[in-house]
Design a protein around this ligand. Structure first.
Ligand code: DX5
Ligand code: ZN
Length: 216
């Protein structure tokens, strides 16, 4: 299992150092939550902040766009150093055009679905995706409870990926902790985002090791 700490739960007054800290603690991927106060009822940070953070780690930047118009900002996030960009099927941008723009920018494309969205909406695009992000909480805030009833979506997508002989990764985001990660692993998840479980722990390295060991 790959662990992607969600920086949403870090100490933003020392954002760069927090990235370096979870890098040393064994994070595989840095998950960066971008919120616009419109697609979700919360605001975080944008491309200029991510650009400044790029120098704190060599690990991949997984940029999760919870914004209404992802198409408008893809170039900015690519330029800021995103390795992968996820945007929501429920956003206002055209899905095919936005994926095309991400591809043109040389960034790995991913599609995200909220808890209320069926996995079938992903199917027409699946062959183009580096990753599918299945939300296991309503997007907007860290620290919410894991929705285990999203696991059938993971299983469904896992099966479809195998059927088509693809390498598409499946990521889950929200409520991943020591008591929930095994369920995600069993369903066939490749990458677990974890905010509270990493940043709320006294020792991030121990927390990441523990999460990984619970998947074996
Ligand atoms: C929620 C964000 C998540 C969030 C996860 O909208 O997309 O990445 O930070 O936080 P935890 O792990 O605390 O649920
Ligand atoms: Zn996220």
């Amino acid at each position: 299992m790959l662990i992607a700490p969600s920086l949403l739960s870090c100490d933003f007054s020392v954002f760069g150092e927090e990235i370096a800290r979870v890098d040393r603690a064994g994070a595989d991927i840095m998950h960066l939550d971008v919120m616009d106060g419109h697609f979700v009822p919360n605001l975080t940070f944008g491309a200029p902040v991510i650009k400044k953070l790029r120098k704190y780690t060599q690990k991949p930047f997984d940029v999760h766009l919870m914004i209404s118009e992802p198409y408008r900002y893809i170039g900015d996030f690519a330029d800021a150093g995103a390795d992968m960009i996820s945007f929501h099927t429920e956003s206002d941008s055209d899905i095919g055009a936005t994926l095309g723009l991400i591809e043109e920018c040389g960034v790995k494309p991913a599609l995200a679905i909220k808890p209320g969205t069926p996995p079938e909406v992903i199917l027409p695009y699946l062959d183009r995706l580096y990753m599918v992000l299945v939300m296991t909480v309503e997007p907007g805030f860290g620290g919410q409870g894991f929705m285990a009833d999203m696991m059938p979506k993971v299983e469904y997508l896992r099966e479809e990926i195998a059927k088509r002989n693809l390498n598409t990764l499946i990521e889950v985001d929200g409520g991943i902790a020591a008591n929930t990660i095994a369920v995600a692993a069993k369903a066939g998840v490749d990458i677990c985002v974890a905010g509270t479980a990493v940043f709320g722990a006294p020792d991030a390295e121990q927390a990441i090791k523990n999460l990984k060991s619970l998947c074996e």
